[in-house]
Design a protein around this ligand. Structure first.
Ligand code: ZN
Length: 197
């Protein structure tokens, strides 16, 4: 972004965004923004009186995260109450569920990172396993190919639900949500700021 005209256009684009759109831009889509665009977004955040940590979220997505950064956020997340059942009697960890469902004309294959207590992780994986087992096979050829793949992913991840340390899925979850996490106030953690869908 070299010219003043482009800078003005970016500033106008951000100014037209609703608060929600601006927050989405800086927490989810900031990777690859130029330093000038980051500065414009930062000013817009300050001008609107939004959470100043959002400006940090922009910066975070534009630098490499170290293993220590990821470990620190894994630690923060693992100490929260489970986002699914609300219990806080155990450390949280992650999993990935894989679900294959075949319909008349197509086969859907969905993989999803899930964070929660052990029993909710089991529930997510067994739910995906059951659906795939019953509904996956009928599609040719994708149902036949994706169903065993889904079964393998679910069974494989099941082994890490009791992991004493942060498992790989939790680390991938943190990396995927790093923009949103950087905007979180660590002393007032709220699952609502993360898109868990
Ligand atoms: Zn739970």
């Amino acid at each position: 972004m070299k010219s003043g005209i482009e800078t003005t256009m970016v500033a106008e684009r951000y100014a037209r965004m609703s608060n929600e759109e601006l927050i989405g831009q800086v927490t989810l889509n900031a990777a690859g923004m130029t330093p000038e665009a980051i500065e414009i977004a930062r000013k817009e955040i300050v001008a609107r009186g939004l959470n100043p940590r959002l400006a940090e979220a922009v910066a975070v997505q534009n630098r490499e995260w170290t293993e220590d950064d990821i470990a620190a956020y894994c630690d923060l997340i693992s100490k929260q109450s489970c986002p699914h059942c609300g219990k806080n009697d155990s450390r949280l960890n992650g999993t990935e569920s894989a679900e294959t469902m075949s319909f008349l004309l197509f086969t859907s294959f969905k993989r999803k990172l899930v964070v929660g207590c052990k029993s909710c992780l089991n529930k997510a994986v067994f739910g995906a396993l059951g659906k795939s087992f019953v509904l996956g096979w009928w599609g040719i050829p994708w149902g036949l190919l994706r169903t065993p793949q889904s079964i393998f992913i679910n069974l494989n991840n099941l082994r890490f639900h009791s992991s004493k340390t942060h498992n790989e899925c939790l680390q991938r979850f943190v990396t995927a949500h790093r923009g949103e996490l950087a905007a979180i106030d660590e002393d007032a953690f709220d699952w609502d700021v993360l898109d868990l869908s």
